[in-house]
Design a protein around this ligand. Structure first.
Ligand code: GLP
Length: 245
């Protein structure tokens, strides 16, 4: 879409927002670029300055643009996008964006499964599982805190792995013979906890996206249950929806 329709159900400011989003998505406007002024946008798209201002302001509020006094409006650094249709791990998501994934292991140990986790991983409570807490980074910037609980035969060998250098998903698939078949994931909005505020280096009260993912191996066996907290301001979840015919 590159034209603004005068008739139709979509407000003009909204159409302009979509046009600008598309320009960022296809890379025509890159992070740090100065975007055209309200007047220029008004002329190009045949809309009023007020309409252009509303579209820009909303994208500023959504964090996609930022304003600099006396200089204009610029495109913000990209939020990281996680596709919600493909089962990908953090390392893959960040790599796909051309950024350098990083991991800091906060703790890695074998612990007895509590009732809830035992139920999800289909174990008896008290059975030993591998519990891993990691801070996940992109280009050195903290993005998420993840707590993974894993169970499969030989999972204790993960204690010996360098999980700062290696992707967990990759290890599972290439070294542990655990093909990842599918996952179920829940998403919830909330606030970053005080403890995670420090780890993620964001102000107290910052928005967070919580995910809970159960990943299944062959024969529908659950092997990982992970709870993650993503910085709401740095992360976008993307899903494409198809209407049933
Ligand atoms: C995502 C999932 C986690 C999974 C991780 C694997 O972040 N939410 O459940 O453990 O990817 O990432 P990696 O392969 O980079 O270790």
């Amino acid at each position: 879409m590159s034209t603004i329709f005068r008739k139709g159900p979509l407000p003009r400011y909204y159409q302009l927002k979509e046009i600008m989003r598309e320009k960022m998505r296809i890379g025509e406007w890159k992070p740090g670029d100065l975007i055209p002024s309200e007047r220029e946008l008004g002329e190009v798209y045949g809309i009023s300055r007020m309409t252009a201002r509303q579209a820009i302001t909303e994208l500023v509020n959504e964090g996609l643009f930022y304003r600099e006094q006396g200089k204009g409006t610029f495109v913000s650094q990209h939020k990281i996008t996680q596709q919600l249709i493909h089962l990908t791990g953090f390392t893959e998501d960040i790599g796909a964006r051309g950024q350098r994934p990083g991991t800091k292991v906060l703790s890695a140990k074998m612990v007895p499964a509590d009732e809830k986790i035992a139920q999800i991983l289909r174990l008896e409570p008290g059975e030993l599982i591998f519990c891993l807490q990691r801070l996940r980074l992109a280009d050195e910037e903290p993005l998420a805190v993840e707590q993974s609980h894993l169970h499969f035969k030989g999972c204790e060998r993960l204690l010996e792995e360098d999980l700062e250098k290696n992707s967990l998903y990759r290890l599972l698939e290439t070294k542990y013979g655990q093909p990842l078949m599918f996952a179920e994931q829940e998403l919830e909005a909330g606030l970053v906890s005080e403890e995670n505020t420090l780890l993620l280096n964001v102000p107290l009260g910052s928005p967070a996206l919580f995910t809970r993912r159960t990943t299944y191996s062959e024969r529908d066996i659950p092997i990982e249950y992970a709870r993650s907290v993503y910085c709401g301001s740095k992360y976008t979840f993307y899903t494409s929806l198809k209407r049933d015919q």
